[in-house]
Design a protein around this ligand. Structure first.
Ligand code: GAR
Length: 209
């Protein structure tokens, strides 16, 4: 059975969506652990309530990014991970970390990449006046918010939207695509070719909501 380790920094609603879908659909998968970079991360409570091992590795206790990431690698390897899921993990990862988990490290970003990498995506989408916004699940490579795209969900930007209303619409879309992308990975359906991801057999890699 394949194992997933999830990294979070906050409320962990994407992890919850993945976990609940896995339960509902009886995925043969082990949720080996959830790790946060600080103990106040709310998502740790949900993990514990489900009997999933949950840990905080305090980034503030590490004087360098390298030392924090080395501690993370050690814990993830100890838990045994076929797939590492970044679900609102707000730390920049070192090249060593990314190389260690290459091909089995995925992230969700709240924008239609390559548009709006980085922070404050909803505010920036509103400022730019785009008609569509959304979310992207992608394999992680060394560039921040780069890497082969597994799937995307687009949502309309509506008149009267503010960053909160847009974020809520995007988050609902995230909760649809992240479980789908994880399942594709677990089912061995993803092929990375250059900077592109093929799903086999083919299935739409874009949901329009
Ligand atoms: C989500 O919107 C996710 O896309 C974003 O953080 C939020 C976490 O929510 N991730 C990033 O911005 C990564 N750069 P959650 O903790 O409820 O899943």
């Amino acid at each position: 059975m394949l194992s997933i380790v999830t990294l979070i920094s906050g409320r962990g609603s994407n992890f919850e969506a993945i976990f609940k879908t896995a339960q509902k659909e009886h995925w043969p998968v082990k949720f080996a652990g959830v790790i946060a970079n600080h103990s106040a991360a709310k998502g740790l409570d949900f993990a514990r309530s489900q009997g999933i091992p949950a840990f905080a590795i305090e980034h503030r206790e590490h004087s360098t990014r390298e030392s924090f990431d080395a501690a993370l690698i050690e814990k993830i390897d100890e838990l045994g991970a076929n797939l590492v899921v970044l679900a609102g993990f707000m730390r920049i990862l070192t090249p060593e970390f990314i190389r260690h988990f290459e091909g089995r490290l995925i992230n969700i970003h709240p924008a239609l990449l390559p548009a709006f990498p980085g922070l404050h995506t909803h505010e920036r989408a509103l400022e730019a006046g785009v008609a569509e916004h959304g979310a992207t699940v992608h394999f992680v490579t060394e560039g921040v918010d780069e890497g082969p795209i597994i799937c995307q969900a687009s949502v309309p930007v509506l008149p009267g939207d503010d960053a909160d209303s847009l974020a809520a619409r995007v988050l609902a879309a995230e909760h649809q695509i992240y479980p789908r992308a994880v399942k594709w990975f677990l089912d061995g359906r993803l092929r990375i070719e250059g900077n592109q991801v093929q799903v086999q057999p083919p299935e739409s890699q874009l949901i329009k909501l």
